[in-house]
Design a protein around this ligand. Structure first.
Ligand code: G3P
Ligand code: MG
Length: 247
């Protein structure tokens, strides 16, 4: 059974891009810190670089999060490796993150956001599934994407690995209300915290969906998410989530 479906009797605590409030986002340091802060798992963003590896980074370019410049998809893994992603951290590959988080006493959950929004036909879904299969870590992985077609492709490639559809309150109505849902096999919804009310969560649960919400950093929002009955809270500080929930 996939561990994302093993509810702990409380919301899962998930570090957004790792413990990104206290370490450079999407780096091994941030993922290890999330573990140390008592998170159940982390959310991470993945893209394909020029040489075909799956790398963990949020933006289309390296400009904001590193000391370099250029598009991720135009840079080789070797070139990406040379960059400083903060405090001397390097941009990790998905391989490395899976290896670094393996063997924990409690399986450390990975929410892999498939981020080929600018290049939706670059084959990223297939590459990501290959990496997960190679490690045999299917039982701690949950895929997500804002692109319903990417979620649909993941369902076809790996029907055994759960999937979530991402959306937020500022999106056009067809995305905000997930009109494509019937065509996209998925177990989870990932609405932003702006959409979360008890009634909203109850409605999704009645449809058989689980709900993980993001990016939840304020104490009042963490409490509201929990009292609304979400299954998982994705935030920059697992520590802050634990404190707000009193666990
Ligand atoms: O997966 C939740 C969240 O990460 C989606 O937005 O832009 O932070 O990747 P973003
Ligand atoms: Mg993300």
């Amino acid at each position: 059974m996939n561990h994302w479906l093993n509810q702990a009797g409380r919301p899962l605590i998930i570090g957004h891009r790792g413990a990104s409030a206290h370490a450079p986002e999407n780096t091994l340091a941030a993922f290890m810190l999330a573990q140390a802060q008592g998170a159940d798992g982390v959310e991470l963003d993945v893209m394909r670089c020029a040489t075909g590896e799956v790398v963990v980074i949020h933006d289309d370019t390296v400009n904001r999060t590193t000391d370099g410049e250029g598009r991720v998809r135009a840079l080789s893994l070797a070139a990406l490796r040379r960059l400083d992603a903060g405090n001397g951290e390097r941009i990790p590959t998905l391989d490395e993150v899976i290896t670094a988080t393996a063997g924990a006493p409690r399986p450390f959950l990975l929410n892999i956001e498939v981020k080929n929004y600018a290049t939706p036909f670059d084959g990223l879904e297939r590459l990501v599934v290959e990496v997960v299969r190679r490690h045999g870590c299917e039982d701690r992985v949950l895929f997500s994407s804002f692109n319903p077609l990417a979620v649909r492709r993941l369902a076809q490639l790996a029907p055994d690995i759960p999937r979530g559809i991402l959306y937020h309150h500022g999106m056009p109505v067809h995305l905000r209300e997930v009109w494509m849902a019937p065509l996209v096999p998925h177990e989870f919804r990932h609405p932003d915290i702006g959409l979360i009310t008890p009634a909203f969560v109850a409605k999704l649960k009645a449809q058989g969906k689980r709900v993980n919400t993001w990016t939840v950093n304020e104490r009042a929002d963490i409490v509201r998410a929990a009292t609304s009955g979400v299954h998982g809270i994705i935030g920059d500080s697992p520590l802050a989530i634990r404190e707000a929930l009193g666990i």
